[in-house]
Ligand binder design. Structure first.
Ligand SMILES: Cc1cc2nc3c(=O)[nH]c(=O)nc-3n(C[C@H](O)[C@H](O)[C@H](O)COP(=O)(O)OP(=O)(O)OC[C@H]3O[C@@H](n4cnc5c(N)ncnc54)[C@H](O)[C@@H]3O)c2cc1C
Length: 389
């Protein structure tokens, strides 16, 4: 039996595994994919995420495969443009997820975590616990067939459509907003700078990030009805070609990867687990990509889940309830702000109002970049203590 079984080897699963392995716990990570693997994402690590990586000694390895991002360019309908730099010496970066996730899972493996790829988890194994259902392991499916894996603690880090959290009724898809994400890499895009870009329009938004190797990540988030009406396979290039800020810059661009499509995006979570099971990363609640802080939240929630797992192994009861409280304390406001922005970009009149504000008073929106970037006192401290390029 494993001490801790982690389902999902993305950033949340890898950070939880790293923390637990370094604490001397027997930990196994199961992932249905074989790494390195691609994953649809805006690929931006904000300064807060860089600070988390620095805490674990991972910032140099990540920075080597990344390009620096020194702030944000925000544009809105009607020509609104806000450029905001992070404070001096503070940066984010952009890195392909196949590189980032590989660096993190390799670090967890070097720290002593067992990593098994190509293993799909089908559901939890449950038994009667002290206060209702208790998770004692998971059912798996791999090349060798079906099997049952027991563990003292299971961490579900299996992403926004978490098989384990769905099976236990811990997450749900809200009826609104129903938005889809469509992304790809391009070459030959002009006008890129050291800023990450978010282009908010009346019924969609487009993230653009400069990538290593001269590539550009472009990612469209659009209501399901519009994606279907225009054809999911044409929606991204159509939106880029019709955009007043981006059409010229993408005029000579060539898409170099297939389109990646995800949806519906929104997932809401209530609890942080049940007895024997803790949620980490997107499995515990997905944050809208508009603020570009999902990776920071995923990794910090994984640190909290690892700490709760350690307490549970030491016989402290109520780990999932404590995890829920700590997550609310650490990121509750951020999640609320993200929900507010998420419902705002669902309303064309609100987007127009914000764009008007940005045109007449751009300085009013500049602090948004630092807020979305998690430029807090602990981020500043991490940058002053560690060498982050
Ligand atoms: C369109 C889009 C753009 C985004 N852009 C950004 C951005 O620019 N910056 C940012 O900070 N965040 C961004 N995010 C958010 C970010 O991608 C997530 O917050 C992050 O991936 C969460 O990490 P995770 O480890 O929780 O889950 P994931 O990265 O989804 O990893 C989950 C892992 O679990 C595995 N898995 C799933 N189900 C099973 C199963 N049944 N059995 C075994 N393994 C399983 C998967 O193979 C995967 O490897 C974006 C998200 C989207 C959708």
């Amino acid at each position: 039996m494993d001490d801790v079984l982690i389902v999902g080897g993305g950033p949340a699963g890898a950070i939880a595994a790293l923390v637990l392995a370094r604490a001397g716990v027997g930990v196994t990570v199961l992932d249905r994919a074989t790494f390195p693997r691609d994953k649809l994402c805006g690929d931006s690590l904000n300064p807060g995420a860089m600070a988390v990586l620095a805490r674990h000694g991972l910032a140099p390895a990540v920075s080597r495969a990344a390009v620096s991002v020194r702030g944000m360019l925000l544009t809105g309908p009607g020509g609104a443009v806000v450029r905001a730099s992070y404070p001096d010496g503070i940066t984010g970066c952009s890195i392909r997820r196949r590189e980032l996730d590989h660096v993190l899972i390799e670090a967890a493996s070097r720290a002593g975590a067992r990593v098994e790829f190509g293993v799909r988890v089908g559901g939890p194994i449950t038994e009667r616990g002290h206060h209702g259902c208790r998770v004692s392991g998971v059912e798996t499916q791999a090349a060798g067939g079906l099997s049952h894996r027991q563990a003292r603690v299971v961490i579900a880090a299996d992403g926004r459509r978490s098989t384990l959290a769905l099976a236990l009724g811990l997450i749900r898809h809200p009826s609104r907003p129903r938005r889809w994400a469509i992304g790809a890499y391009f070459e030959n895009v002009s006008g890129l700078t050291e800023l990450g870009e978010m282009h908010v329009r009346r019924d969609h938004y487009i993230g653009v990030a400069p990538m290593p190797g001269g590539l550009t990540n472009a990612c469209l988030v659009v209501p399901e009805a519009i994606a279907r009406a225009h054809g999911v396979d044409r929606a991204l290039e159509r939106a880029l070609g019709a955009d007043h800020q981006l059409a010229d810059r993408f005029a000579h661009a060539r898409r170099v990867t297939p389109l990646a499509v995800l949806g519906p995006l929104a997932v809401d979570a209530g609890a942080a687990g049940v007895e024997g099971l803790l949620l980490a990363g997107d499995a515990g609640g997905f944050i809208d990509p508009i603020t570009g802080d999902g990776l920071r939240l995923a990794m910090t929630s994984a640190e909290l889940a690892a700490a709760a797992a350690l307490e549970s192994l030491n016989g402290v009861a109520g780990a999932h309830a404590r995890l829920a409280r700590r997550r609310r304390r650490q990121s509750g406001l951020k999640v609320l702000a993200n929900r507010g922005l998420r419902s705002m970009v669902d309303r064309p009149a609100a987007v127009s109002g914000l764009a008007l504000l940005a045109r007449v008073w751009p300085a009013a929106l500049a602090p948004l970049a630092n807020y979305a970037g998690d430029v807090t006192s602990s981020t500043r401290r991490a940058f002053s203590e560690a060498a982050i390029e």
